[in-house]
Design a protein around this ligand. Structure first.
Ligand SMILES: Nc1ncnc2c1ncn2[C@@H]1O[C@H](COP(=O)(O)OP(=O)(O)O)[C@@H](O)[C@H]1O
Ligand SMILES: O=P(O)(O)OC[C@H](O)CO
Length: 491
């Protein structure tokens, strides 16, 4: 049987998944790796840890099949690696997407009015989240780096790009359009690296990879005893959008992992958000770019981890649901999980978490319920901004249905509250490995063993639909309570 190997290089773990010729999961290997927190607000990965985890999980699943047609790669986005062109050695740890160390420089960019340029060209904001200011930081901080970069001796890549460089033995320095779109250096209107932004940030354009479609020839690797072509690449949230078959304008998916990332397909139109959402590339196939509006929330499933590891009121994530069910309906707690600031649509890096409405009756059950509710409220914030930015999303192709995936979408309680508070159906698919499936489909389609886009979309299957059951009055009152909590939390 022919397989496709999907590599999903995420923020906390790396997974390799073999999909069979029916696009079903055949084998999975997963390895967590170290998170490095050098200071408050800083997050790094040792690049060799990432690499070792990729090699280990790939070896594990490749041993299960002698017939693998292609590799698809999907990855944590924005995380920044700079390495030496000759030795392929990174000159600094990877600076992770969550890292806020460049926020002062971002404030400078805003103060000089450069954010307008950034948004117009890249769809993004002047925020430390994206790769551009992280590259600049590495060049300015590592001794001699700027000179080496100016002399063409250093290269930059997001994680996909670095993995491909290593997998192909340094033969290819490439990325795909979705990963390029998250660097803050890529002009998503024109489809090229942006000379004006690179100049302002002091980043020589010789450092940047060639940008390809999501399904393309990214080179091949002999590392696992077979010659395997790499034929698909997409950033993880875009891969999930593909895996969820959100191919029509108006279709919307939201992935609930550590954070939550909602992407709304806006077709061939790049919508410049008036509500602090991001304009980005959903996918690029056959040279045609499809855009998306994205809302990024930094804390979703991580609030459940906090209940477990910080408060110790649950033993495992699944315990949240039964605990939340026991909560006293008369106690209305609002938990704003701004542990690392607030993401879209507030973008308040200085805000910190808060809880409102405590009474003597508030205990573990009420905290668990408030934690799950916070994810629904934050999603509604994103959807309100999306509707305001792109009114077509009110009556889009999917009639306002939200497709969900990611670890936290396993919580029936959280998904029902989500449907209630957004007042729209929430669809959970049978296949929850949508991120890896998206990468596998890109590679398998390019290899000619998986179906074309329409046929692939028709294979999407519903596991359960959650329909809104909360009264309008309750919904409005609860959401007003949340907005009030946000107002009080903002810095
Ligand atoms: N049944 C559940 N109820 C609530 N949260 C859950 C449940 N299962 C997993 N989670 C949360 O989902 C997250 C893991 O999802 P995953 O998609 O693996 O994330 P990531 O790719 O960001 O590591 C964790 O933060 C965990 O707390
Ligand atoms: O690795 P994840 O699933 O936490 O996703 C991270 C996102 O790509 C960050 O933008």
């Amino acid at each position: 049987m022919t397989h496709i190997l999907a590599i999903d290089q995420g923020t906390t773990s790396t997974r390799a998944i073999l999909f069979d010729d029916e696009m079903a999961v055949a084998h999975v290997a997963q390895q967590e790796f170290r998170q490095i927190y050098p200071q408050s607000g800083w997050v790094e990965h040792d690049v060799e840890d990432i690499w070792d985890s990729v090699v280990a999980v790939c070896r594990d699943v490749v041993a299960k099949s002698s017939d693998i047609a292609a590799i698809g790669i999907t990855n944590q986005r924005e995380t920044t690696i700079v390495w030496d062109r000759e030795t392929c050695k990174p000159i600094h740890n990877a600076i992770v997407w969550q890292d806020r160390r460049t926020s002062d420089f971002c404030e400078e960019l805003k103060a000089e009015g450069f954010e307008v340029e950034i948004t117009h060209r890249t769809g993004l904001l002047a925020d430390p989240y994206f790769s551009g200011t992280k590259v600049r930081y590495i060049l300015q901080t590592v001794e001699g780096a700027q000179d080496l970069a100016d002399a063409g001796k250093l290269v930059f890549g997001t994680v996909d790009s670095f993995l491909i460089w290593r997998l192909t033995g340094g033969k290819r320095h490439v990325t795909d359009a979705t990963n390029a779109a998250r660097t803050m250096l890529y002009n998503i209107r024109e489809g090229c690296w942006d000379a004006t932004i690179c100049k302002r940030l002091g980043i020589p354009m010789s450092m940047l990879p060639e940008v390809l479609d999501c399904a393309a020839d990214f080179g091949s690797t002999d590392m696992f005893g077979l010659t395997l072509p790499i034929l698909g690449v997409a950033g993880d949230q875009q891969a999930a959008t593909i895996g969820q078959a959100c191919f029509e304008p108006g279709m919307l998916k939201s992935t609930y992992g550590t954070g939550c990332f909602a992407l709304l397909n806006t077709g061939g139109d790049l919508v410049e958000s008036q509500n602090r959402l991001l304009g980005t590339i959903a996918y690029q196939l056959d040279g045609k770019t499809t855009y998306a509006l994205e809302g990024s929330i930094f804390i979703a499933g991580a609030v459940v981890q906090w209940l477990r590891d910080g408060l110790g009121i649950i033993a495992k994530a699944q315990d949240t649901h039964p605990l939340a069910e026991k909560a006293d309906p008369s106690v209305e707690l609002y938990l704003v999980p701004a542990f690392t600031g607030l993401g879209a649509p507030y973008w308040d890096a200085e805000a910190r978490g808060a809880i409102y409405g405590l009474t003597r009756n508030a205990g573990p059950a009420e905290f668990a319920r408030a934690a799950l509710e916070s994810v629904g409220f934050q999603t509604r914030d994103l959807l309100e901004a999306m509707h305001a930015d792109w009114p077509a999303s009110n009556d889009g192709g999917a009639e306002g249905i939200l497709r969900v995936d990611g670890g936290m979408s396993a919580s029936d309680w959280a998904m029902q509250f989500l449907a209630d508070i957004i007042g729209a159906p929430v669809d959970r698919p049978k296949v929850l490995e949508t991120t890896a499936l998206g990468a596998a489909w890109l590679a398998g389609m390019r290899a000619g063993i998986y179906p074309a886009q329409d046929e692939f979309a028709a294979t999407w299957a519903l596991e359960r639909q959650f329909t809104p059951a909360m009264s309008e009055v309750d919904k409005d009152r609860r959401y007003a309570g949340w907005k009030d909590a946000i107002r009080r939390t903002k810095s």
